[in-house]
Design a protein around this ligand. Structure first.
Ligand code: GCU
Ligand code: CA
Length: 137
């Protein structure tokens, strides 16, 4: 099963506010990024081994205009997100990207490419393909 990383919970970092005024989000809220170029949300994805992984971002965009963003992993460009309109701010949908991960911690950053900023970001599900082996003796 994928690992769910909530945008409102550390180690995620939201350049904006954590809000809960639109229903349907998971966890306790979502990241309402500042409406500004580069006002990003950053997730830390722990991968048991290096390889490509599917990451699924849940978002809402209650405007009529896409909120495009660059997806970078450990500082390198990995994908482009369009984050198109979802109808209302309480209507959530997902976008999935395949990204390269290294073993251990990876910084996955969604950085808006226009002054409108990001869509509201609920969570990121990371499917790293394998379950880490049990630790300990
Ligand atoms: C509204 C909405 C916010 C959203 C913002 C935006 O204020 O309530 O959740 O983030 O629009 O346009 O980014
Ligand atoms: Ca916003």
């Amino acid at each position: 099963a994928p690992t769910r990383l909530e945008a409102e919970r550390a180690p995620a970092v939201c350049d904006g506010t954590i809000d809960a005024d639109h229903t349907g989000h998971t966890g306790t809220g979502f990241c309402n990024g500042r409406n500004a170029l580069g006002a990003a949300v950053t997730f830390t994805v722990d991968a048991p081994q290096a390889g490509s992984a599917a990451v699924t971002v849940r978002f809402a965009n209650g405007t009529t205009t896409a909120r495009p963003a660059d997806v970078t992993v450990n500082g390198a460009a990995a994908a482009s997100a369009s984050f198109g309109p979802t109808g209302t701010w309480a209507t959530w949908t997902t976008a999935t990207f395949t990204v390269p991960l290294r073993q251990g911690g990876n910084t996955v950053r969604l950085s808006p490419t226009t002054a409108a900023g990001l869509a509201n970001i609920d969570h990121l599900d990371a499917d790293t393909g394998t379950t880490p082996p049990p630790s300990g003796p």
